[in-house]
Design a protein around this ligand. Structure first.
Ligand SMILES: *[C@@H]1O[C@H](CO)[C@@H](O)[C@H](O)[C@H]1NC(C)=O
Ligand SMILES: *[C@@H]1O[C@H](CO)[C@@H](O)[C@H](O)[C@H]1NC(C)=O
Ligand SMILES: *[C@@H]1O[C@H](CO)[C@@H](O)[C@H](O)[C@H]1NC(C)=O
Length: 553
């Protein structure tokens, strides 16, 4: 009965207009370095120095990576006598083995600035900061001290603020992905406080995607907002799948000055193969996520550097149009197709095909999935020109690898037209029940766990055979931890009683009243004429709630 657990404090908004924060920075996604995925909260001044120097000596600033940011572990447990936020000077009495910044934050800011880099600070919009190695010690949070802390950060020379969300509810609730209060005001208050300092400080909202920040919209108060729970550490392919599904319903909210943050990069860290790291980096870039390196650069391999320094992929990320790729199609548990526009010229597309299979194989990209019959293509990983592609392109793609193409001169192909069958007109059995969403939309819920929805009298046309189906559904089953189908739900689709095919339907929003329209799946087994049946089920879990099914005419 998951659809009943609607989150009370989710702000609902159907507006897709992007309201960018006018603070003069972060017009394209931020690029830089942060310690967290490599060092957690156990950071030292020596590490920060070494990483900032490595960033420079490896040539990263010229590629756009120019922020060096603090993360957790630097704060003291108490403010100064005048109420200022300050750094820890008492290692012996805390759970940290060393004092993170014995020379203090301003000295580190000067060190970073003297290397020609920008400096980022880190704080928390709750009663205490996040600190996963700090044991039961409580480190300073900024809630209630926003004006003073913003002024302090500005005086220290901060160019960036990552703002976390621990203890946002009260002094005992450490991490809460379903808080009983609205946390948006924590971010609005700090955004206003940063503005009041007069210093141009990039504001990175890190509230892990709880209460659907893309729809507040967070773009009005921040330059980027985390969309999900942490990517790690440790890194894993399952974490990437969870985050990618969580991005599906909110790609339209990215625009110049305000971006979906898919979390810091795991490139260079253990837990992902080289091909997975390549897919991860390029997908994050094409989705216009900030590209914050979070590995130990003093020991980075040439493979790590090659991935992070690919100028064609970085150019996707820094494209001035600022539009994210969006979800186009998921072939049954097999591969995804995403695409999006670029600024340079009309009908220029970035195309992203992810191989979800665990083996290398031949994969075919159908140009019609991105709206073209033909186009001229470049492989953005290698830079190789692929010439003119017509109808489709087939290549060998590694396990969890991807094709990342730039298309120019695309010739549009007509999109299919569908005959629609409302779910409420189908045959409901075993618990499947209509649910009124609003005055115009009623869906069928409780499909799965024995509940079935069968569309009858479906037109197979004059020839039958394989048909393209389009599903409009609602799946608000958001998750912040990995599940069997993280931020997606499985539906088993059977045509005329034949073998049921499993399809994975991603999140449609973090609430149960926003539709995903046009999930496409191509299935065989149709007969000519209007006597076909299509049955939706799931023997072991709930499927989404269905609004309608279309069949391509
Ligand atoms: C503060 O906000 C105003 C209004 O949006 C904007 O014009 C100004 O540039 C902002 N200043 C800073 C420092 O962000
Ligand atoms: C803190 O918030 C959590 C989550 O709402 C709640 O369960 C807990 O009782 C609260 N504790 C206090 C001391 O208010
Ligand atoms: C009803 O919900 C649908 C799906 O989210 C939405 O497109 C439509 O605008 C809503 N209609 C009304 C009257 O609220």
């Amino acid at each position: 009965m998951l659809w009943r657990s609607v989150k009370t404090f989710v702000t609902l908004s159907f507006a897709s207009a992007v309201l960018a924060l006018n603070n003069g920075v972060g017009v394209t996604p931020a690029m830089g370095w942060n310690p967290y995925n490599a060092f957690s909260c156990d950071t030292t001044e020596a590490q920060y120095h070494a990483q900032a120097q490595a960033l420079v000596s490896l040539g990263f600033p010229a590629l756009g990576y120019d922020y060096v940011n603090l993360d957790c572990g630097w704060q003291a447990t108490a403010r100064t006598s005048t109420g200022q936020i300050t750094w820890n000077t008492q290692a012996a009495s805390s759970f940290h083995n060393v004092i993170c910044l014995p020379d203090g934050v301003p000295a580190l800011a000067t060190f970073v600035h003297n290397l020609g880099l920008k400096f980022g600070v880190y704080s928390d919009g709750g009663f205490f900061a996040c600190d996963f190695v700090g044991g039961t010690a409580h480190y300073i949070g900024s809630l209630g001290h926003e004006t003073a802390d913003a002024a302090t950060f500005a005086s220290w020379g901060a160019d960036y603020l990552k703002y976390d969300n621990c203890y946002a509810v009260n002094t005992t609730d450490f991490v809460d992905d379903n808080p009983p209060i609205s946390i948006e005001p924590h971010y609005t208050t700090m955004a206003d406080a940063l503005n009041a300092t007069g210093r141009h400080i990039l504001f990175s909202a890190c509230e892990w995607g709880v209460q659907d920040p893309a729809r507040w919209p967070a773009s009005a108060v921040s330059n980027s907002w985390r969309i999900s729970n942490d990517i790690g550490p440790p890194a894993s392919w399952d974490n990437l799948f969870r985050i990618i599904n969580q991005l599906v319903p909110i790609t339209q909210f990215a625009g110049p000055g305000g971006f979906n943050d898919l979390d810091m990069l795991e490139v260079g860290n253990s837990g992902l193969t080289a091909d997975e790291q390549q897919t991860h980096f390029a997908f994050w870039a094409a989705a216009k996520s900030p590209l914050i390196i979070s590995t130990d650069l003093t020991v980075a391999s040439s493979q790590t550097l090659n991935i992070l320094k690919n100028t064609r992929i970085i150019a996707l990320n820094q494209d001035t149009l600022g539009k994210s790729i969006s979800f186009k199609r998921r072939y049954t548990n097999d591969h995804d197709v995403w695409s999006g526009p670029l600024a340079v010229m009309a009908r220029l597309l970035q195309v992203f095909v992810i191989n979800w299979e665990t083996s290398s194989r031949s994969l075919t990209f159908n140009l019609a999935d991105v709206g073209f019959s033909s186009a001229t293509a470049t492989d953005l990983i290698t830079g190789a020109s692929l010439g003119k592609l017509t109808t489709s392109f087939t290549a060998t793609v590694a396990a969890h690898g991807s094709m990342i193409l730039k298309l120019t001169g695309g010739v549009p192909v007509a999109s299919p037209t569908f005959t629609f069958y409302p779910a409420t007109g189908g045959t409901l059995a075993g618990g499947a029940t209509p649910r009124v969403v609003n005055s115009t939309v009623t869906v069928v819920g409780f499909v799965g766990e024995g509940g079935t929805l069968t569309f009858t009298g479906v037109n197979g046309g004059t020839a039958g055979g394989t048909k393209l189906l389009s599903f409009d559904y609602i799946n608000g089953d958001v998750t912040f931890t990995n599940t069997a189908c993280s931020n997606c739900r499985n539906t088993f689709v059977s045509v005329n009683g034949g073998t049921a095919v499993q399809v994975q339907m991603p999140l449609s929003a973090q609430s149960w009243d926003i539709l995903f329209s046009g999930y496409l799946v191509s299935l065989p087994g149709f007969k000519a004429g209007k006597t076909n049946t299509v049955t939706l089920s799931n023997p072991t879990a709930f499927a989404p709630d269905f609004y309608r099914m279309g069949v391509a005419v």
